[in-house]
Ligand binder design. Structure first.
Ligand code: SF4
Length: 684
């Protein structure tokens, strides 16, 4: 008789960027429970509903277990040998006929650091293209860019301990109570017990906004204006940190001059926020010993997303709120490994550790280690790849662990691009919407079926361990990349992900001291990590990330949001709800969660409901210039006036919010302006 044993294995949450870790209790392939531990560096004994109950997707009957190859309208099951040989043959053909830049590679912010490292190595060194990007392009690249421009490093300034110990938290365009729940709990506790003050700037009266000392509701897309007006008022009062600015910051006078137009009167007119509220915010910052500003997609997903992120960094620099505990800039990363995917090089212009591919010295270090020449010119990002497919310039694409067919903006246009591809490879754990357009679909293994590391929003690298063997013939993504590379003549021989991490650490100064031994069990490292293993929970204490060690105030101006025309008279906001995650591919396959929240709803204000004569449960059609969706209404005072809110998760029969979004984007990073959506409503 087979012995039944209960196993306890440490893992890191596969959902949001908070990076909670816990033990998974299993018997055979059954998940018995998720148990957080006091030793977990981020969450201790806390989790949220997704971390606790969102795991049964791993054993879903919908999992892919065999490679699939398209034949006409259908797919047939194939062997790995057949599938990988076909990919090698087709990609080589495209490369020979149209050049390496006719290929595009889309990486995954749900997969491990090691897998992202290996995927960019595959694209750059085997296929010889820098056309590689990850899903941070859809969300947080503007935040990173705003910080890279001003303080030189595109990550959180400190850790969640700094957030919890800060005297003042300002949350802009984010909904941590649903998107980063364990972090929100820390803020709620500090607000209640430690007298931390909380300001929330958001269109919705979300849970944190409801508890805040001050909730402001700027008109959509106007955050840069109120942030700059508060900064100007602080300077006008003489409240700027002159010593900090003198010693540690460049371009001070030039930047202060650029604030001339941001008077309180101008800000009140543009944003709708009263002068009194703006003065209150400035005064609260002045009176606090440390201020942390947290932001997310309500800031970044706009035509001016990078500039508003820059304005946040400028405000913090002017007030000396960097390089000290309990202060700083905290872009909240969405996916579990959106930070790590970018850190480990799946971006068109940066090798791992944000090392520019154009730098000859850096590139030759990688060339030497990888034994091959690399292209110097940065490649195309996600948005540019779609445009290049539409223009017939990119003909082959390889995408893993990303539901681009639902999460990119203007998906009808994206689907049209997928159909134009000569050859399309999708690697996933499910037969996703995107996979329906593929020529080959490869079955991958989720985090519980492999080893690796994830990096959370505070730059903390943590290990997760294999709990189960991969289901059926599925394989860890890194193994698939290695097998394909070797089929194309490489001789990679990584026996496990620790060897991939060793290589990345050898080539990347900010990971110099990262290795699996230092990450055993509940240990973690916050990058940059020196060769001796010393990590850096608080950035910039000695210098900012520029050669002269000084930060830079960057002049920015407001870009008014996109307007679709008078016919589209309602503003549609979108984001997460607590129970579901992103497109929902994993949470809808987790029984407890899909049972509790089987469908989505459109939040409609009581005023608008009365005007349209609709109630909770009414069915409406929303139409934008790009598409339409049908959805049921929930009347709630969480939204106001002509503003609507539709969760981004997709359920059958409702369709994705991205049928409505446009292809317009942040002018610097090409991140879509998902939050500048205008629609009209028809009652059905
Ligand atoms: Fe997972 Fe985020 Fe919830 Fe933590 S807060 S359990 S990381 S989804």
């Amino acid at each position: 008789m087979r012995e039944e044993r209960i196993e306890r294995t440490k893992t890191v949450c596969t959902y949001c960027g908070v990076g909670c870790s816990f033990e998974v209790w299993t018997k055979d392939r059954e998940i018995l429970k998720i148990q957080p531990q006091p030793d977990a560096p981020v969450n201790g004994i806390s989790t949220c509903v997704k971390g606790k109950f969102g795991w049964s997707f791993v054993n879903s009957k919908e999992r892919l277990t065999k490679p699939l190859i398209r034949k006409g309208e259908k797919f047939y099951e194939a062997t790995w040998e057949e599938a990988l040989s076909l990919i090698a043959e087709k990609f080589l053909k495209i490369k020979e006929e149209d050049g390496a830049n006719a290929l595009g590679f889309i990486a995954s912010s749900k997969c491990s650091n090691e897998e992202n490292y290996l995927f960019q190595k595959l694209a750059r060194s085997v296929f010889k293209t820098n056309n590689i990007d990850n899903c941070s392009r859809y969300c947080q690249t503007p935040a990173s860019m705003g910080l890279i421009r001003t303080v030189g490093i595109g990550g959180d300034s400190g850790t969640m301990k700094d957030i919890a110990s800060s005297e003042l938290i300002i949350v802009v365009g984010a909904n941590p109570a649903e998107s980063h729940p364990v972090l929100a709990t820390r803020i709620k506790r500090a607000n209640k017990l430690a007298d931390q003050k909380l300001i929330v700037a958001d269109l919705r009266k979300n849970d944190l906004a409801d508890r805040a000392d001050l909730h402001i509701h700027p008109k959509p897309g106007t955050d840069l204006v109120w942030l700059s007006a508060v900064t100007r008022y602080i300077v006008d009062q003489g409240w700027e940190d002159r010593e900090f600015l003198h010693n540690r910051v460049n371009h001070v006078d030039e930047y202060i001059k650029s604030l001339d137009k941001f008077t309180l009167e101008y800000a009140e007119e543009v944003t709708g926020i009263s002068k009194d509220s703006l003065i209150t915010i400035a005064t609260m910052i002045h009176e606090s010993k440390g201020t942390c500003i947290l932001w997310a997609m309500g800031v970044t997903q706009h035509l001016g997303g990078t500039d508003t992120s820059t304005a946040i960094a400028n405000l913090l620099l002017i007030t000396g709120n960097f390089a000290k505990p309990g202060a700083g800039a905290y872009p909240l990363r969405g996916h579990n490994n959106v930070q790590g995917a970018s850190d480990f090089g799946t971006m068109p212009s940066w090798l791992p550790g944000y090392q520019p591919i154009e730098n000859d010295e850096i590139r030759s270090r990688f060339e030497k280690a990888w034994g091959t020449d690399l292209h110097k010119k940065p490649g195309l990002n996600n948005h540019q790849i779609v445009e290049a497919i539409q223009a017939g310039k990119v003909k082959g694409m390889y995408l893993f662990g990303e539901e681009m067919g639902l999460v990119d903006s203007n998906i009808n246009y994206v689907h049209e691009a997928f159909e134009k591809l000569e050859f399309f490879v999708v690697q996933d754990i499910f037969f996703s919407k995107t996979a329906q357009f593929a020529d080959v679909v490869l079955p991958a293994a989720p985090s519980l079926e492999k080893d690796g590391t994830f990096t959370n929003t505070e730059r903390r690298i943590q290990r997760f361990y294999k709990v189960f063997e991969p289901l059926g013939d599925s394989k860890p993504d890194w193994q698939i990349f290695q097998e394909l590379a070797n089929k194309l003549g490489a001789s990679w021989n990584y026996k496990d992900p620790s060897e991939i991490m060793d290589e990345a650490a050898m080539l990347t100064p900010s990971f110099a001291g990262v290795n699996y031994k230092r990450l055993e069990n509940w240990e973690s490292l916050v990058w940059p990590v020196a060769a001796d293993g010393t990590d850096t929970p608080l950035l910039f204490t000695d210098k900012f990330g520029f050669p002269d060690g000084k930060a830079r105030l960057i002049t920015v101006d407001w870009t008014p949001p996109f307007t679709a025309g008078e016919e589209y008279d309602l503003h549609l906001n979108n984001g997460r709800i607590l129970e579901h995650f992103h497109e929902g591919n994993m949470t809808y396959q987790s029984e407890g969660i899909s049972y509790k929240v089987p469908e989505l709803w459109l939040e409609v204000s009581p005023e608008l409901a009365e005007e349209k004569n609709i109630q909770t449960g009414s069915l409406v059609r929303l139409t934008s210039p790009y598409g339409h969706v049908k959805v049921k209404v929930w009347v709630t005072d969480q939204v106001k006036g002509k503003e609507l809110y539709l969760p981004m998760h997709t359920t059958e029969g409702i369709g994705a919010v991205n049928k409505l979004t446009s292809s317009y984007h942040d002018k610097i990073t090409h991140t879509p302006n998902y939050k500048e959506m205008q629609v009209k409503m028809e009652v059905l």
